[in-house]
Write a protein that binds this ligand. Structure first.
Ligand code: GRF
Length: 195
């Protein structure tokens, strides 16, 4: 299976996915890493690992989301991926882009969905006094952070936790969860991953 990965920043999740796919027994291979800004740190990491990279800056399209998404799709048409993974991708994608990818598009979100869709998930979990927190890999549907769940990883919230310490522990779990979910998904195995 051919996998394209969308990033916006450092791409630590992308790195783990690419590293996992380096295993010859993995059913998938990375064919593109795309960032919505040329200075996304993950682009250099992907290039260093031998993965083709491209950036499609969203700013010139200001307000014209469909035009930005057409540019994204044009890059994908060049590499014909079977699976699209969003990994720290910080742009909302409209139904126009998502619909053709539904069933072949994954995302990782730093909360135990359906709790805390959207942003600032760690602060919200602390604010709510949750004993547990974590991350979710799900299928992407047109509704934000809302599709069928492929896997979750849970951590215990500690009294001394701040949003930053919680984010760091969740990120460590993301790095285990996403590769496990992509492996199963690419192999056609839809049993949930729970870590
Ligand atoms: C992190 O906040 C992570 O929780 C979320 O996206 C952000 C950046 O991740 N998934 P990455 O290091 O760019 O993969």
């Amino acid at each position: 299976k051919r996998v394209a990965i969308f990033i916006s920043g450092g791409g630590s999740n992308m790195v783990r996915l690419v590293e996992d796919m380096a295993d010859p027994n993995h059913p998938a291979e990375p064919v593109l890493v795309l960032a919505n800004s040329a200075d996304a740190g993950g682009l250099a990491k992907a290039a260093a690992m031998g993965v083709p990279v491209v950036s499609v800056d969203h700013r010139p399209f200001k307000g014209d989301r469909p035009a930005f998404e057409a540019a994204l799709q044009a890059e994908l048409d060049k590499v014909t991926p079977d699976i699209l993974c969003l990994a720290g991708f910080m742009r909302v994608l409209t139904e126009g882009f998502v619909a053709p990818w539904e069933g072949r598009m994954l995302n990782i979100h730093p909360s135990l969905l359906p709790k805390y869709k959207g942003l600032h998930t760690h602060a919200r979990a602390l604010e709510a006094g949750d004993a547990e927190h974590g991350c979710t890999v799900h299928m992407v549907t047109p509704l934000l952070d809302d599709g069928p769940i492929l896997g979750q990883a849970r951590i215990t919230v500690q009294t001394a936790d701040t949003p930053d310490t919680l984010a760091a522990r969740v990120l460590t779990q993301e790095h285990k969860l996403y590769p496990a979910c992509l492996r199963r998904f690419a192999a056609g195995d839809t049993t949930r991953v729970d870590l």
